[in-house]
Design a binder for this molecule. Sequence first.
Ligand SMILES: Cc1cc2nc3c(=O)[nH]c(=O)nc-3n(C[C@H](O)[C@H](O)[C@H](O)COP(=O)(O)OP(=O)(O)OC[C@H]3O[C@@H](n4cnc5c(N)ncnc54)[C@H](O)[C@@H]3O)c2cc1C
Length: 427
Amino acid sequence: MEVIIIGAGIGGLTLALALEARGIACRVYESAPAVTPIGVGINILPHATRELTALGLEEALTTVGIATAESCFYNRFGQFIHREPLGRHAGYDWPQISIHRGDLQALLYRTFIARAGADRVVTGWRCTRIEQDADGVTACFTCADGRALPPQRGAVAVGCDGIHSTIRKQLYPAGGDPIYSGVNMWRGVTRAKPFLSGASYVRAGWLTHGKLVIYPIRNNIDAAGHQLINWVVEIETPKFKQRDWNRPGRLEDFIGAFESWRFDWLDVPALLRASEMVLEFPMVDQDPLERWSFERMTLLGDAAHPMYPRGSNGAGQAILDARALADSLVEHADDPTAALRAYESRRLPATAKIVLMNRSSPPDVVIREVYLRTGDKPFRNIDEVISKDEILTLTDNYKRIAGYDRAALGRRAGPAGGRTSSPPESV
Ligand SMILES: Cc1cc2nc3c(=O)[nH]c(=O)nc-3n(C[C@H](O)[C@H](O)[C@H](O)COP(=O)(O)OP(=O)(O)OC[C@H]3O[C@@H](n4cnc5c(N)ncnc54)[C@H](O)[C@@H]3O)c2cc1C
């Protein structure tokens, strides 16, 4: 019997690829009518690109996305605070990738159906409930108009169904409303000339008056050599709307905070005004769960551990979950319940730490420190405000907790069950 995967997002499709690489049959059930490129930019850190590399995807990732070269911090006056190399540029064996979420999802989807067959992903199937017995699971579905579809049997079921997870709600009917951080986000993409190195991940300003995160996610999108630039604005805002990745936002709700941001390397208000669209999303997370695995059912990715999108870890942790679950199913091939318990004990404590760390000390705490120490005024010399050592302590601490500091990653065993081949031509 096969593994039933609920949700063809980043986590569900990576799990499907990892199972296929290990010879375990699976089928993915997605509620959307088709896998279409939605979302804006995300970053995949080296510990997660390591897993995608093991699945034969590194070359395609660096073609479709951008191997991020450096992380840079500025204040809201455009004064430079700190720069550090990223991914291979920092000596890792794997790149950090900035990529359109839809491009990553499409890459995973096309690679999986090329390897496993198109019938292994079905769209337009919304899972409503999972039943289980001693021999397996039965997943129940409806189609878009609410009609019931035939129930599907499998050995185990994995809820990879994102922040509004139906499976999580089934397991925790009373539990866990989203917790608002007090910060609202607006996101978009703009076609523009490359800035700084052409592969820079920039964080500037601070949440009180407005923080900006920008990075390019597609190269050479036209004959003029423009890039698709992803931007995220974060501002402390008392009210928030229910989280919805596709909720449209309004430029006038935040542009005022950035009118004076004209740096010698970027005209910020012009970049924001030229955006192809504006999306609004509240920075919310949920308290870590005590358990993900219930006999033959478990959770993965955002369904298991929704976190603030502050440390570029949402997609990456889903990818790491997928590797751990695939390994556990191989190690406990005769006992699915033990496999899901082993997966949970590998991943739940690690992701819970990141959920909490993203609340208290995400990597952008560097710009918070500068904001506080300068009283939000321009500085004369950054070394008088904060030393290089202090900055490195702050950024290295996050890497350590989030599981991607270079020394530890190099020491850990390499990914198993992987491929070295490139993905098929069609990808
Ligand atoms: C439309 C969309 C846009 C996004 N945009 C961004 C973005 O711009 N930036 C960012 O950082 N993150 C974005 N994300 C979230 C990001 O992909 C995740 O945080 C991260 O990749 C973890 O992936 P995941 O697989 O756990 O969840 P997701 O990638 O969210 O995937 C969950 C999947 O499950 C499907 N699903 C949900 N309920 C059911 C059900 N009952 N039955 C069957 N299928 C179901 C969803 O349609 C979706 O395809 C977006 C997610 C979605 C769904």
